[in-house]
Ligand binder design. Structure first.
Ligand code: NI
Length: 221
């Protein structure tokens, strides 16, 4: 596990303070559970996964060895938090300048039923030319969620016309308009595949970029 220098800790605390001072703005919207602001993942977490990228190619975590990876779990139908977080994530990487080229942004779906390869291709292109979208079979994607300890639950918004008590049940005949409650955080994975640090939803791109620079500067060469 990476040791954080006092300077890095001070930076982190400043970021946390700033985000807590931001109050309501720092809280995830409905349908996204808050995650601990900064938590180092266990060093043993190598983040294994076997998925399909937005070009339809089979990929595993081993394809990303050798570069840093910033991973976000979400879904393309997400009405609020996911688009904001993906924008923040890719902005942070761009703010790093040349150093950002060593960080691969990755978006893994929590909604494989709707997020097909074609849907993912359209979606990631709207955010960043280097953003890689990953989907797969329900089993493949569920394995990736377990690896990253991402929680996820499909739910159906209350419909005032149905009596208003069917919130978490699938309506008869199915309902394509479901939402997915999911963890909202960015996971930094090191070049050796080990989990390094987790950034919470609500952290500004500037703070994430600054911490990423620090992490890379401190990394053993
Ligand atoms: Ni979302």
């Amino acid at each position: 596990m990476r040791r954080r220098s006092p300077a890095a800790l001070a930076l982190t605390c400043a970021a946390l303070l700033a985000s807590s001072l931001a109050g309501l703005d720092a809280r995830p919207a409905r349908g996204h559970e808050p995650t601990p602001p900064i938590a180092a993942a266990p060093a043993a977490n190598r983040g294994p996964f076997s998925l399909v990228d937005h070009h339809g190619r089979a990929v595993t975590d081993e394809d990303f060895l050798g570069s840093y990876m910033l991973v976000y779990f979400g879904y393309t139908h997400c009405p609020d938090v996911c688009p904001i977080d993906l924008q923040v994530m890719t902005e942070a990487i761009d703010l790093m300048g040349e150093q950002g080229a060593g960080v691969q942004p990755v978006f893994i779906t929590v909604d494989p039923g709707r997020d097909t390869v074609a849907v993912m291709a359209d979606y990631v292109a709207a955010f960043h030319p280097r953003l890689i979208g990953l989907t797969g079979t329900p089993e493949q994607v569920a394995a990736a969620w377990r690896t990253y300890r991402v929680r996820r639950m499909k739910f159906f918004p209350l419909n005032p016309d149905d009596g208003g008590d069917q919130g978490h049940d699938a309506p008869a005949g199915g309902n394509p308009g479901y939402l997915v409650d999911h963890s909202a955080a960015f996971f930094l994975v090191g070049p050796d595949g080990g989990g390094l640090v987790q950034y919470a939803h609500g952290m500004p791109a500037e703070e994430i970029a600054a911490d990423l620079r620090q992490v890379i500067a401190e990394a053993p060469r």
